[in-house]
Design a protein around this ligand. Sequence first.
Ligand code: ADP
Ligand code: UDP
Length: 237
Amino acid sequence: MEKRTELYRGKAKSVYTTDDPDRLILLFRNDTSAFDGKKIEQLERKGMVNNRFNAFIMQKLQDSGIPTQFDKLLSDTECLVKKLDMVPVECVVRNYAAGSLVKRLGIEEGKELLPPTFELFLKDDAKGDPFINESHVVTFGWATAEQLQRMRELTLQVNDVLKQLFDDAGLLLVDFKLEFGLFKGDVVLGDEFSPDGCRLWDKETRKKMDKDRFRQGLGGVIEAYEEVAQRLGVPLS
Ligand code: ADP
Ligand code: UDP
């Protein structure tokens, strides 16, 4: 697979075209950002850890019948994916209260949420990724009602699969964000799943093992990501 031109440079990944018009290469960089890109640092090894972590999770989801973009790992920091027409909406599921939910509604951090919540945010850094609802998505044409229904269904399926996977590794899947896109008319899971886009707490100690360590300046960010990977059995180099 030949890597051609850079299509897009995001905050953490670069996206390249290939000689196949239906395939892209995602390059995971060491750049780490928070607060809509206002805090940015380079963290050694992060590109490799997140690329390998994402490959492992996407494969598990694919094996559970969830359609994903993932084709194969190409190197420590690159993978080959289906080229999706991305829906500019972030789907967030929460099993425990944390982050913006705590700030917005004053819910106690760590409270178990039964059933889990499902929330939508517009993917737009300039607007601070605002909280939106289902009617906004349909009215403004970001997705059809049917596509949105499928995104919701797949997000909840991902939650079922990953909650169990992390539980078996002694971790609570607190919350996570997914992005979807369209491939030949079907809704497919895109972007990535890594500790950059979810919250993971140790089940016993509730130690934060995700990007909150970076957001909150707690240190040991990559060490925590590597520990999560090791507990799951993700092969790192
Ligand atoms: P951001 O855009 O938030 O800064 P990244 O640095 O992760 O994020 O950049 C990756 C970009 O590639 C994101 O905008 C994401 O929506 C997009 N993307 C991810 N997977 C695919 C895919 N399979 N096809 C097309 N675009 C994708
Ligand atoms: N998230 C993300 N990208 C975003 C916004 C949120 O990956 O642009 C993830 C975040 O890591 C967390 C979940 O989505 O796992 C819920 O985030 P929240 O709404 O609590 O926002 P935050 O506290 O990150 O501002």
